[in-house]
Design a protein around this ligand. Sequence first.
Ligand SMILES: [Zn+2]
Length: 173
Amino acid sequence: MKHFFFIHRSYFPTTQSTVHSPQSAVMIKVKPEHLDEIRKHGEETYPHECCGFLIGEKDGETNVLRIVHRANNEWTKTDERESQANRYLITPEQARRAEMAAREQGLGVIGYYHSHPDHPAQPSGFDLDHSCWPTDSYIIVAVEKGRASVLNSFTKPDYEKFAPEEILLEEQP
Ligand SMILES: [Zn+2]
């Protein structure tokens, strides 16, 4: 799956120093309903890709997800090779609004999610080039024939490649 992704970051000062001393998030802590929201979004936009922001906070090397913030897929080109079925585009304006929404809650953008309609929940080469910073979480949900299936999270510890990221389910007390 190929995507264009514009990244606008300003909230976490640590992103400034990650080039020389990357600190990768080793896991993302979520509530079951967060994953339900991502799966639901992917099913709603099927056969197109859905996309959005993961808003939350950092707890050491753990990303703690608080809000699943939907984005619109603004990819416009449609031909036999490229369409919203295998591309997504998040505009800088959407990223700016998500950052603002996060900051209003005292949170930040800790990552991104998108769906792979009828394609495995594994990042593509283009995802690698247009995805996230080393401390971010990158969730991909596969949607097979309209039904959400496998959901994986990744991080990019050194910019060079994705590494699977553990998803820790935070159950209700
Ligand atoms: Zn993808």
